[in-house]
Design a protein around this ligand. Structure first.
Ligand code: RB5
Length: 154
């Protein structure tokens, strides 16, 4: 498995901690974020990771900023992306099982390293359940692709 990881200046230390954790799991990690504490706008790495996921260059993405919010908002503007911000492991599991999130996001100012690793693990180990959830994800992607949702406009 290959993942891309990105971050802003608020999340450098946590990014390295998560990279090590992923590598220990045998996952190849491509780091496209900043490695310094100088200002680095979250939209840049949010876009870069999202682009790689949308283009199927990697199997998924991990994005970390101060809260996880700004970087997820940027990533979700790229067609095909479902980036979920999670601050605890239950949501992380469910964002894969129900929403088939292809990017997991969290905040370095919100969660500590151990919780962040658990969040990443639950997202990675969860399996999309399909069925009614697939129908709902298809609606999200219909909005993404057409800016309309037939079911809401009938
Ligand atoms: C950077 O100061 C901060 O705004 C950013 O990391 C993030 O929290 C935005 O959503």
């Amino acid at each position: 498995m290959k993942l891309a990881i990105g971050n802003d200046h608020a999340a450098v230390d946590l990014k390295f901690e998560i990279m090590e954790h992923l590598q220990n799991r045998g996952i190849e990690v491509i780091n496209v974020g900043t490695d310094t504490n100088d200002r680095y706008d979250y939209a840049v790495s949010g876009y870069k990771v999202a682009r790689m996921v949308a283009d199927h260059e990697v199997d998924g993405g991990v994005l970390i900023c101060g809260t996880g919010i700004g970087i997820s908002l940027a990533a979700n503007k790229v067609h095909g992306i479902r980036a979920a911000v999670c601050s605890e492991p239950v949501s992380a599991r469910l964002c894969k099982e129900h929403n088939n999130a292809n990017i997991i996001c969290f905040g370095a100012r919100i969660v500590g390293g151990e919780v962040a690793k658990k969040i990443v693990d639950e997202w990675l180990d969860g399996e999309f359940q399909g069925g009614r959830h697939a129908e709902r994800v298809a609606m999200i992607m219909e909005i993404d692709e057409t800016q309309h949702l037939k079911k809401a406009e009938e």
